[in-house]
Each structure stands twice: as structure tokens, then as C-alpha cells.
Design a binder for this molecule. Structure first.
Ligand SMILES: Cc1ncc(COP(=O)(O)O)c(C=O)c1O
Length: 341
């Protein structure tokens, strides 16, 4: 079975499991877990920030970070296709009382002037904008990478307007590898970041919120309030640390495999291979005679698993547990189905 549904389906490697088994642990709610403390300090350093906080999921990390920078009843700007808007089940409003206003879906191709024009300053009879959230890489945007120059321009806009900039960096490692931008170069542009260890890096669980020491102290309280205070969680932090040490640079292989898959499927008019820069391969079936649920079901019957994103959008994802043979098999099966259709 070639499982390309998501980069979250990876299983810990034997070496990662060994690191987990031997990790020193303590009660992290008391701040006693040395493995968690070390991971948090390490990730803060990677991004050039003062502090970081381990959280159980990317969603919780995003939501805590956004609550840090947007008070209840005030406004966050984000893309209509952002994970924080589309897939977090209204958490910004439901949990943080945050009012969200969106720019049209553009994936990673941000229009900085458009975003700048949306900012509403405080002091007027309208909801004040407090933060802008961007996604790196962009999930619904097919794993697209926001160029560093665009982020610099957005940073300048945010600083001039006095609003915070948050990065949903679930796959920021992929951007770092694809564009060769150091993680700290991204870090210095954002007030808060959330980064995931369980998407493509191979850790079973875990995300971190990155920011100033003051914000992370507050984040610790918000995490507890949301039920995310964990105890001997160094067992999981050890997996994350192992992943950071061993599984970042190898993402280039996942990107190359994704590109090979996209190039093979391009003749069917479902993907533009040049747009595939990282590990996500979106399959646009708007002009195909088969919708996404049908393609996904038929591929599964042939031992290839991909996923439905929208009625006419499917997605294949490369990751640690996908090898060249899996790509060959996926190309054979999907080409066969698209050709037959
Ligand atoms: C861009 C992005 N942000 C956040 C998340 C949320 O992560 P989690 O599933 O750990 O809550 C995901 C999950 O796929 C994602 O793709």
C-alpha cells in the first residue's frame, strides 16, 4: 500500500523510538521535564526567538498564538484558504472570540498591497485589526512557498500599522529546504509562529508556539486553559528533537518525489508540475471526467491512497514513509485511472 494521503501518517522510525524510550522525563506542567525544556529552548534558538512552548497539535498551537496577539472581539486578517480559517472548525471565534476577515484565496501568492489595504486601525468605529496570519508552506495552496521578499514587505506593512504577524508554519521546514532560507530569517519576521513536528518530519505528535518570553509565559496559561498541559511528555518531545536533528534536510527527497509524480501526471491536465515546490501534489479535477471521491476510491482499490480535499480536488503527499517504489506505483495507478476516464 502506497499511502500518500498526508505527511501525518508517518510512523516513528526504530531510532526515533529508541530516543523516545531513553528520554529523561518529568512533570511538564511543573516545568520539570528536561527533554521538553531542551526542545523548547532549541526551537526558540532555531527561529531566533526568546522562547517556545510544546503543544499537542498544530491547531492548538495556532489558536494559542492567535489569542496571544488578538484580544477577544478584535480582528485577525488571513487568507480565505488558510488552515486557521478553513480547517480549525471556527476555533478562533469559538475559543478566542476573534473576529476574522479574509482576503481571497491566493495560496502562497500573497498580494501585500491587498492585505495592507484591509488593515483597519484602532480608534475608528470598526473592529480594529490586531494581527495578520500567513501560512508557510501553504496547504490548500498546494504546498506553495511564500517568498522571503514578500514576507519582508508584509513585515514592513505590519510594523508600520502596529499589527502583529503570525506564521502558521506547520511545514515551515519544507519552505526552509525548498528556498534555502534559514529558519531564523523567517523567525525574525514574525511575532508568533506555530511549527509542527508531526508533518513530514516523522514525529508522532507535537507542535511548538514560538515568540517572546512574555508571550510564551502567557501561552503556557492559555495551553493549560485549553486542556493542553501534559505531564511526562518528554517521551514525545524526544521524538520531535530526533526529527529536527535527522529529518529536516531529507525533505529535499520528498520534494523531488512530489515533483516526479506531478511531472508524470501533468499530461492529464490535473497539475502544473512547475508549481509543485514541496511535498504536496494537488490534483485539480475540474476538467477531468472523474471527481475526487471517485478517483480516491478507485486508487484505494489498487493499493494507492490519496485524499479528497474538495469535490474536484484531490491531493497526494510525499513523506518519510513514501519511497521511489511507492511513487512508481502511484504514477502507474493514477495515470491508468485518468487515462481510462
Ligand atoms: C498548514 C497547517 N496548519 C495547521 C495544521 C494543524 O495541525 P494539527 O492537525 O496538528 O492540528 C495543519 C494540519 O494539517 C496544517 O496543514
Amino acid at each position: 500500500m502506497a499511502d500518500l494521503r498526508s505527511d501525518t501518517v508517518t510512523r516513528p522510525t526504530p531510532e526515533m523510538r529508541a530516543a523516545m524510550a531513553s528520554a529523561p522525563v518529568g512533570d511538564d506542567v511543573f516545568g520539570d521535564d528536561p527533554t521538553v525544556n531542551e526542545l523548547e529552548a532549541h526551537v526558540a534558538r532555531l527561529f531566533g526567538h526568546e522562547a517556545a512552548l510544546f503543544a499537542p497539535s498544530g491547531t492548538m498551537a495556532n489558536q494559542i498564538a492567535m489569542q496571544l496577539v488578538v484580544p477577544a472581539g478584535e480582528e485577525l486578517l488571513a487568507g480565505a484558504d488558510a488552515h486557521v480559517v478553513t480547517y480549525e472548525l471556527g476555533a478562533a471565534a469559538a475559543l478566542g472570540g476573534i473576529s476574522t476577515r479574509t482576503w481571497p484565496s491566493r495560496g502562497a501568492a500573497l498580494d501585500v498591497d491587498e492585505i495592507a489595504a484591509m488593515i483597519r486601525p484602532a480608534g475608528y468605529p470598526s473592529v480594529p485589526t490586531r494581527a495578520i496570519a500567513v501560512e508557510q508552506t501553504h496547504n490548500l495552496g498546494g504546498g506553495g512557498v511564500v517568498p522571503l521578499a514578500t514576507l519582508h514587505r508584509l513585515h514592513e506593512v505590519a510594523v508600520n500599522a502596529g499589527v502583529a504577524l503570525h506564521c502558521d508554519g506547520a511545514r515551515i521546514w519544507h519552505a526552509h529546504v525548498a528556498d534555502g532560507v534559514p529558519l531564523f530569517a523567517y523567525g525574525q519576521l514574525f511575532d508568533t509562529l506555530s511549527v509542527c513536528l508531526s508533518k513530514g518530519l516523522g514525529a508522532p505528535v507535537g507542535s511548538l508556539i514560538v515568540g517572546s518570553a512574555e508571550r510564551i509565559a502567557r501561552a503556557r496559561q492559555l495551553r493549560k486553559r485549553m486542556g493542553g498541559g501534559m505531564r511526562q511528555v518528554g517521551i514525545l518531545a524526544a521524538a520531535g528533537r530526533y526529527a529536527l536533528d535527522h529529518h529536516v534536510e531529507r525533505l529535499a527527497q520528498d520534494h523531488a518525489r512530489a515533483r516526479r509524480l506531478a511531472e508524470a501526471l501533468e499530461p492529464f491536465g490535473v497539475v502544473d508540475a512547475a508549481e509543485v515546490r514541496t511535498n504536496l501534489v494537488p490534483l485539480d479535477l475540474t476538467k477531468a471526467p472523474m471527481d475526487a471521491p471517485t478517483l480516491v476510491a478507485r486508487a484505494a482499490e489498487r493499493d494507492v491512497r490519496i485524499t479528497v480535499m474538495l469535490p474536484r480536488l484531490a491531493r497526494a503527499v510525499t513523506h518519510l514513509d513514501v519511497d521511489d517504489d511507492d511513487i512508481d506505483r502511484t504514477i502507474e495507478v493514477l495515470s491508468g485511472l485518468l487515462r481510462a476516464a
